[in-house]
Design a protein around this ligand. Structure first.
Ligand SMILES: [Zn+2]
Length: 333
């Protein structure tokens, strides 16, 4: 039943992951229902990306029909777009030139200290370009630049810290959590039906699809390695920037967490309810490690020129690790 770890690295995720999504284990064609709203979804035309395409994921997708079109559109508009436009993700995408789904690169968002004016910076065909974020500020910025001092220089700050807006980030993690769960079960349609019907998951479903059933659904966030960390590409063997790693974690208390590492930032969210105590407990019990690094058989090596993740994430390593804690299987008994 525990079938696959999703891992997407910069360039492309494991080829066999794609095969297991689209290949031999298609869901039965009749009577599909949406994972979020439970409505019939056989007619769905859009493909749902587990990690947004504009964060570098092109291949980890749900089989067509697992999410209905209205839910797919709602999630894109209300959760993904505001998050991707926020300076935390926008500047990370711009900095590392992660293209969006149309192949375009985000511009870097900056502010001029002392002025409440946003600017954006991109390398265009003609060279560096600086534009105002909104129209109407041109007079103020010209006045500021004129008075910028003897050498005519002024500073522009490009915020590069990861502080995503909490509500949208939480709902994105909740969405990813249910989808990773469904993907893991997608080889057995009865298990997917169970995930859809079991009222235990209705709370997180509603948090994603409507968002009115909690003021606050906290997630845990920390940096576990530098953004520039390298790892070997699973098929080519080349050193590439480590993009994302993702897996579900079941704790001794049988709480389900989604854990996602994105460019070194590790996020964790509880699928069962708005508390991360159980995750903090896991971290206390396993000091200094991450569920997606050491538990999956990876090792971090800091060298003078770069930090490297050594190895490939292994499902078996994670299963063995969990069994040693007497934690078995994703479902409650
Ligand atoms: Zn739906």
């Amino acid at each position: 039943m525990l079938t696959s770890i999703l891992d997407g690295f910069d360039v492309q995720p494991l080829a066999d992951m794609k095969a297991s999504i689209n290949g031999p284990h298609r869901l039965r064609a009749e009577a599909m229902r949406c994972l979020f709203c439970k409505a019939p979804s056989d007619a769905a035309t859009s493909v749902e990306h587990v990690i947004p395409q504009s964060l570098g994921n092109s291949q980890v997708v749900l089989p067509r029909g697992m999410i209905c079109d209205p839910c797919n559109n709602y999630i894109a508009r209300k959760i993904e777009q505001p998050l991707l436009a926020h300076e935390s993700f926008r500047n990370l995408r711009a900095w590392y030139r992660i293209p969006n789904k149309r192949g375009r690169h985000a511009s870097l968002f900056g502010v001029i200290p002392g002025l409440d004016i946003g600017v954006n910076f991109r390398i265009g065909q003609e060279g560096p370009e600086l534009q105002l974020e909104r129209g109407g500020d041109a007079a103020a910025i010209h006045a500021h630049l004129k008075g910028a001092g003897e050498n005519g220089l002024t500073a522009i700050l490009f915020p590069r810290d990861m502080r995503p807006p909490e509500r949208e980030m939480s709902r994105l993690l909740a969405k990813i959590a249910l989808e990773v769960f469904a993907l893991r079960l997608s080889s057995a349609s009865a298990e997917v039906e169970r995930l859809i019907d079991d009222p235990h998951w209705d709370r997180i479903r509603r948090w994603v699809r409507v968002g009115d059933n909690a003021d606050h659904w906290p997630f845990h966030m920390r940096q576990v390695y530098p953004e520039e960390t390298l790892m070997t590409h699973p098929t080519s063997g080349d050193w590439v920037q480590a993009g994302y790693i993702i897996d579900l974690l079941l704790t001794r208390r049988r709480e389900h967490y989604i854990v996602l590492i994105f460019y070194g930032y590790e996020f964790a969210l509880n699928l069962g309810g708005p508390s991360i105590k159980g995750y903090e407990e896991w971290l206390e019990e396993h000091p200094g490690i991450s569920p997606l690094i050491e538990r999956l058989g990876l090792r971090l090596e800091a060298e003078a020129d770069a930090t490297r993740l050594i190895g490939q994430p292994s499902l078996q390593a994670g299963v063995d690790f969990d069994l040693a804690q007497r934690v078995e299987g994703l479902w409650d008994e």
